[in-house]
Structures are given as structure tokens and as C-alpha cells.
Design a binder for this molecule. Structure first.
Ligand code: CA
Length: 228
């Protein structure tokens, strides 16, 4: 059983999700506006927050950002989006959402996403420190350093780097990366991997001695010391 918070102002959507999740044995709270959602998120402990973007009081992107500022990455956030443009999706992910689902969706699809999040949350409780060259990543404290310098990453950038560090010197294709770092099959047609590789390079390679993330033309990307 997981504790789930639904922040959604459309009563029919919210009660449809709540009913389904309760039938699955989860404990569910709900809020109809962003301010109430944020206040519940910060006072009770949840495993997953299902967060709509367009909300009264405070929009979902802002709620997401504030939850991350106050609670860090101890809770999984699933964004609901009716907007469907990749720009809004990228914005949501940048604000710290772990995944998103576009409305309208089938309950089965939502449940699969939530179960994937809960599995990740369960497995991420096992702390592990990855180290490669002068780069270090701690899965518990979420601290990343390069050459002893602390690097701030968003939740998605962190997961992408964690995947690279779990598979050093292995060429990872775009598809492999999407399958392991993103949950949404709908991302296959987008350039989301390229976008995030760029974000990650700007943070972990730029200004440091020697690049660690390399492009293998036509194949994918690899974490390694040098290009030879
Ligand atoms: Ca709404």
C-alpha cells in the first residue's frame, strides 16, 4: 500500500483516479487547488503525488518546484498534462517531475506509471555510491560531485547520470536510455534524450578537465575518460 496525493481541480477526474487507486489498496488524499496540494504535501508523507498543471491558486509547475525545494526528492511526482506540447513536458520535468501522463488517459496506464514509480522508490532505498574518474554520485543523499565540486542536478538529470554511472564505458542507445530513464513510450519520437544530454554535459563536463560523456555517432552515448 502506498500513500498517494492527488492534486486536481476537476472533480470527476480526481474522483475517478481516487476510486481506482483505493480499489488497488492505496491510501489516497486529494486537494482541489495548488496551495492546498502544497500544504498537504509538506505536512504529510506521500510516496507519490499526482499533480495537474492547470490549477487554481498555484499552478502545478510551481507546486512541483516548491515541493522539491522543501522535500527534496523523497517523493515521486507524476504530472498530469492536458497541454501535450513537448515544451510543457520539458518544463514539468525541469521543475522536478519524475514522469508525466497526458490527459485523457486510461486508468490502467496511470496505474502502470505509478507502479513503476513505486518500484523505483523501493529500489532507490538501497544506498549506493557510484564513482567514475573524478565524478561521484550518491544515490541516497543525491549529491553529485566532480573533482570535489558539488553539482546541482534536476531529478531527471540525476537519473540519467545514475544510469550512465551504472553502465560505464558501455555505449547506450537513445532507446535504451529512454526505456531506463523515462517511463513514457510517448517520448520515443521526441528529442528529449538529446536535450537532457546537453543539460547534463553543461553541468558535469563544461569547465572541467576532460569530457566524460561522449557521442558515438549513429550509436548513442558513452561515459568514458577519453574518446580513443
Ligand atoms: Ca486542471
Amino acid at each position: 500500500m502506498a500513500k498517494i496525493l492527488i492534486v486536481e481541480d476537476e472533480v470527476n477526474v480526481s474522483s475517478f483516479i481516487r476510486k481506482g487507486l483505493e480499489e488497488e489498496g492505496h491510501s489516497v488524499d486529494y486537494a482541489y487547488d495548488g496551495a492546498m496540494g502544497l500544504s498537504l504535501a509538506c505536512t504529510r508523507e506521500y510516496d507519490v503525488i499526482i499533480l495537474d498543471i492547470i490549477l487554481p491558486q498555484m499552478n502545478g509547475l510551481e507546486v512541483c518546484q516548491r515541493v522539491r525545494e522543501r522535500l527534496g526528492y523523497n517523493v515521486q511526482i507524476l504530472m498530469l498534462t492536458a497541454l501535450g506540447t513537448s515544451e510543457d513536458i520539458v518544463k514539468g520535468l525541469e521543475m522536478g517531475a519524475d514522469d508525466y501522463i497526458a490527459k485523457p488517459f486510461r486508468f490502467k496506464e496511470l496505474l502502470a506509471r505509478i507502479n513503476a514509480m513505486l518500484r523505483r522508490r523501493g529500489s532507490s532505498n538501497i544506498s549506493k555510491i557510484y564513482s567514475f574518474s573524478d565524478l561521484e554520485l550518491d544515490t541516497e543523499t543525491k549529491i553529485v560531485t566532480r573533482a570535489g565540486r558539488k553539482i546541482q542536478l534536476t531529478s531527471k538529470e540525476f537519473r540519467l547520470l545514475e544510469f550512465f554511472m551504472a553502465n560505464p564505458r558501455r555505449v547506450l542507445s537513445r532507446t535504451t536510455i529512454i526505456e531506463n530513464v523515462w517511463d513514457s513510450a510517448s517520448d520515443y519520437g521526441t528529442n528529449i534524450v538529446e536535450v537532457y544530454i546537453k543539460y547534463l554535459r553543461d553541468k558535469i563536463d563544461k569547465g572541467f578537465q576532460g569530457k566524460l560523456i561522449h557521442t558515438v555517432v549513429g550509436m548513442g552515448y558513452v561515459l568514458k575518460e577519453s574518446m580513443d
